[in-house]
Design a protein around this ligand. Structure first.
Ligand code: HEM
Length: 276
């Protein structure tokens, strides 16, 4: 078990008092309203992060340089990050046991740490230098990717919530669809079509939709096949687009993909708290 209660057993008595004291007791009757703030903040940071990192990949707002896009989105990104953390802590104090016993919450907090490092330590500095990665950013990239790996690892083994990783795979698939062009996009779409047809056949023809004994291992193989096909198309896009559009090299583009997907993984873990 990898829930906060397994990692920090000694804080259990303190956690159980949080929803009887301020601010938890005060937030509890208005949980839904505060959660709307949580989702709106997520939409704001999500939009800003996608625009920033798509520009580093060489797509999106390409009429402006990465440093100009950074200047435009930075205030919204900051408001979104502060908003999602503040509203998260407030709704968290009104429902502390749910988070304390949730493996999805562990994956979420690892994701949040990775997202802050990859956004403020890598993507924003790289955009300020129009796609160049300084020494400090390279170190933060290693730390951020390690934390992201841990987040995906915990998400992957967490009971009942690991289907949430499909959110990350589908987000990656959509980014690649958006940034690829011409023949690459057609071949990519063809491959995705084959994988989806296989998935449909397995779930609807070969086995019954509730035959988990067969479908669980099949889904694990399928998610690896999707990830491999999406990664191959992304790598081809990164290499074939070279330094032209963003000024950033392959490493900066690959890190920009990660800097979007890490927020998707964090949000997916947030969504799956409710399921386990
Ligand atoms: C310290 C940081 C955070 C805390 C304490 C926190 C806490 C929470 C809590 C208590 C819930 C409600 C869970 C439930 O009972 O269903 C929630 C839901 C959620 N959180 Fe967070 N959160 C934090 C940061 C974030 C971040 C950074 C993101 C996104 C990038 C995020 C995305 C979500 C999403 C998508 C939901 C599900 C909302 C729904 O559809 O019901 N949270 N969070």
């Amino acid at each position: 078990m990898i829930a906060p209660q397994d990692l920090f057993p000694s804080i259990g008595p303190w956690v159980s008092t949080l929803d009887d004291t301020f601010p938890g007791a005060w937030i509890k009757p208005y949980f839904a309203q505060w959660e709307v703030l949580h989702i709106l903040s997520l939409a704001l940071l999500g939009g800003a992060s996608i625009l920033l990192n798509l520009r580093l990949i060489g797509a999106g707002l390409t009429d402006d340089s990465p440093s100009e896009v950074r200047r435009g989105v930075l205030p919204w990104l900051n408001v979104g990050v502060v908003g999602v953390v503040l509203s998260g802590v407030l709704i968290g104090t009104s429902n502390p046991e749910r988070l304390y016993t949730s493996e999805a919450f562990t994956a979420k907090m690892l994701g949040l740490a990775a997202a802050l490092v990859l956004t403020y330590g890598v993507a924003l500095p790289a955009a300020r230098q129009d796609g160049r990665l300084g020494g400090g950013a390279k170190l933060w990239a290693v730390i951020g990717l390690a934390l992201f790996g841990l987040c995906v690892g915990v998400f992957g083994v967490a009971k009942l919530v690991n289907p949430g990783l499909w959110h990350v795979v589908i987000a990656a698939a959509l980014i690649v669809l958006f940034v690829t062009r011409g023949v690459t996009r057609l071949i990519y779409l063809g491959g995705m079509g084959v994988l989806m047809a296989v998935q449909l056949a397995l779930h609807q023809v070969v086995w019954k939709p509730d035959d988990y004994a067969h479908l669980d291992p099949a889904n694990k193989l399928l998610i690896l096949a999707y990830a491999a096909w999406i990664l191959a198309a992304a790598a081809l896009q990164i290499v074939s687009s070279g330094r032209t559009q963003s000024g950033g090299g392959p490493a900066v583009k690959a890190l920009a993909y990660a800097a979007i997907l890490v927020w998707v993984a964090t949000a997916a873990a947030g969504r799956w708290i409710a399921f386990a």
